[in-house]
Structure formats: structure tokens, C-alpha cells
Design a protein around this ligand. Structure first.
Ligand SMILES: Cc1cc2nc3c(=O)[nH]c(=O)nc-3n(C[C@H](O)[C@H](O)[C@H](O)COP(=O)(O)O)c2cc1C
Length: 311
């Protein structure tokens, strides 16, 4: 068998070991016996089909294992791209990794107290994974679960953009149920913790053209400049640093139809998605949930500044 010899020359040791193996010899003998059968033999048909399945399974498993690091890297890169995007820092053709490292600072926040947890390395922390781990998560009481997520991680991973040491953007992870899926995204706020810069959803499975329009740049642009909390709840803007003041309930909401900017309250309203009231309600609820005391209000109370006075 010259072909067999050729294949074996680089793997001589393996071939020698196989040749000595009793099971290999049995399998080889069986393969030879099956191949000698006629093509209409049931045994040959089944043996070939099973062998083919085995080969395919090995190939698929190998591909899945070999490509895993690449998948993880791509996912991470996609996340960084989304964070740069919501911060308004995504430039076409730029190096995502370098831009992220230069401009974005990740921090871990205790949602209950609003304090930073410096003992956890933000680069290694996966909030979505933590939310699935009973030791790292909290069940949300039904009456408070307006985002329909049932469970949340105790610690959230937030991102800051700073300029000259002062906060320029506060980027918060948000998630909640729409019509068909849980939407995952980011909300970017000014340093006042009140004015919205941008929103984006990087993972959702709403219907393209209906609820899936949450990714439409035109709709996303409607959020810019909108206010999260009712202005009457805001403390005096002269103070510079709003540290002691409480944060009210979120007022931001998606409405059915188009916002009339001449009407009072327009600063808290965003156009709902046409033909997708259920997704719009989901988005409204999830943003309100994460901006409430159940979400980031304790953190925003501590970190927000009027003119970026705090780092
Ligand atoms: C195939 C199909 C897919 C739909 N996908 C969505 C969706 O992703 N989000 C949504 O809110 N409504 C979706 N709807 C429509 C909802 O069932 C519902 O009619 C709609 O939310 C009402 O919105 P409207 O009051 O703006 O018309 C879908 C309907 C159909 C038939």
C-alpha cells in the first residue's frame, strides 16, 4: 500500500502504535470487510453513514474548539466598538483596540450603594455572566421588575470617558425584554447623569423593520439631548457638584407617534417605533428600570457633576 506508507512517513510513531493496537486492527479488518460488500448491502450503507457522521462530528468539534479564541476576541472587539459608538468616539478605519484603551475607562459599580468596587478587575468582569451566577446576582421582586429580566448582577460594569481628568460621558449597560427578545445595549449620559448622549443595542432579536428598528441611526439620533429625570427633581445647578441631592424617578419615556417639541415634557419623550409599540414599551421600561433606584440612580447620585467637576 504505497499511499498508506506515504501518509505514515510523518507520523511514523503514531502509525507504529496504531499497528500494534488490537482495536485498530479489528476496526481495520472490519472496514476492509465492509468495503468488500456490494453497494446495495444494508450493512455497508449503515457503516458508511455512521463513519461519515463520525468524521463530520470530529470536524465540527475541532472547528468549534479551534475557533473559540477567535470568537471570544471578535465578541470583545464588537463590544468595544459599541461602547465607542455610544460614546460618539467611533471613527471609521480607526483601531478599535487602541481607541478603546486610550479613551475609555471601565469601572465596576455596586448597584446597591453606587460605590466603585476597586477589588474587581474590570477587564476580567463579565456582567452578563455574573447575572447568571446565583452567587453574583440578585433576584428582582416581580413588582419592581418592569424590564422583565428577573435577575441582575450585583455589580455592573460602567464605562467613563474623561477629558482633562473630568468625566465627559457615563456609559451604562442596560437590558430588558422587548416583544421577542431581551435587548442588551448601552446608554450614554453627560457628566450631569441627566442628559442623554446616545443609546445603542448590540444584541436583540426583535423583528427587522419593526422592533428591530432600535438599531436605526435615525431613531437612535432622537435620543440625543433628552433628559432622564424630571427637571423639578434636579437640585440647583449653581452648586457645581450635585452630591447630596437625591435623584427622582425617571421621566424618560417612549410615546406612540411623534414627539411635539412645543409641548411641555417633550424633553423626556422619544418617538416610539412605528408598528412596534410592544418593543417601544419594552425599551421605555428597560431604560426607566436601569435609571431608577433599582438600577444606576445610586451610582449617578454619587458620580454626576454639573460641569464635569468630578473625576
Ligand atoms: C410577524 C410579526 C412580527 C412583529 N414584530 C414586532 C416587533 O418586533 N415588535 C413589536 O413591537 N411589534 C411587532 N409586531 C407587531 C405587534 O404584534 C403589535 O401589533 C404591535 O406591536 C402594535 O404596534 P402599533 O400599535 O404601533 O401598531 C409584529 C407583528 C407581526 C405579525
Amino acid at each position: 500500500m504505497p499511499n498508506e506508507k506515504k501518509q505514515c512517513q510523518h507520523t511514523a510513531k503514531l502509525c507504529a502504535a496504531l499497528e500494534k493496537n488490537e482495536n485498530y486492527q479489528k476496526a481495520k479488518a472490519y472496514a476492509e470487510k465492509v468495503l468488500a460488500l456490494g453497494n446495495d448491502s444494508l450493512e455497508k450503507t449503515i457503516a458508511i453513514a455512521v463513519s461519515l457522521c463520525l468524521v463530520c462530528a470530529v470536524l465540527v468539534s475541532f472547528a468549534a474548539v479551534a475557533l473559540k479564541p477567535l470568537q471570544i476576541n471578535n465578541k470583545e472587539m464588537d463590544m468595544k466598538q459599541n461602547i465607542l459608538d455610544v460614546a460618539g468616539l467611533l471613527e471609521e478605519g480607526s483601531n478599535i483596540e487602541a481607541a478603546f484603551a486610550e479613551k475609555i475607562e471601565a469601572k465596576i459599580v455596586d448597584l446597591e450603594t453606587g460605590d466603585y468596587i476597586e477589588s474587581i478587575n474590570a477587564a476580567d468582569y463579565d456582567q452578563r455572566k455574573a447575572a447568571k451566577d446565583p452567587a453574583q446576582s440578585i433576584a428582582i421582586p416581580k413588582e419592581k421588575d418592569i424590564a422583565h429580566i428577573r435577575i441582575k448582577a450585583k455589580y455592573a460594569k460602567v464605562f467613563l470617558v474623561k477629558e482633562g481628568g473630568a468625566i465627559k460621558s457615563i456609559i451604562l449597560p442596560i437590558n430588558g425584554y422587548g416583544l421577542w427578545s431581551t435587548l442588551y445595549g448601552f446608554l450614554s449620559l453627560d457628566a450631569d447623569g441627566q442628559t442623554i448622549q446616545s443609546i445603542n443595542f448590540y444584541d436583540q432579536a426583535e423583528t427587522p423593520g419593526l422592533g428591530g428598528e432600535v438599531v436605526n441611526p435615525n431613531w437612535r439620533a432622537l435620543w440625543k439631548g433628552k433628559k432622564v429625570y424630571a427637571e423639578s427633581d434636579q437640585p440647583s445647578m449653581e452648586k457645581g457638584l450635585i452630591e447630596e441631592a437625591d435623584i427622582g424617578e425617571p421621566a424618560i419615556t417612549l410615546i406612540k407617534g411623534v414627539v411635539d417639541n412645543a409641548k411641555p415634557g417633550a424633553q423626556y419623550q422619544v418617538d416610539g417605533l412605528a408598528g412596534a409599540t410592544l418593543t417601544s414599551t419594552g425599551v421605555s421600561n428597560l431604560v426607566r428600570y436601569w435609571m431608577s433606584k433599582e438600577g444606576f440612580a445610586p451610582y449617578l447620585k454619587k458620580v454626576r457633576t454639573v460641569k464635569g467637576a468630578r473625576s
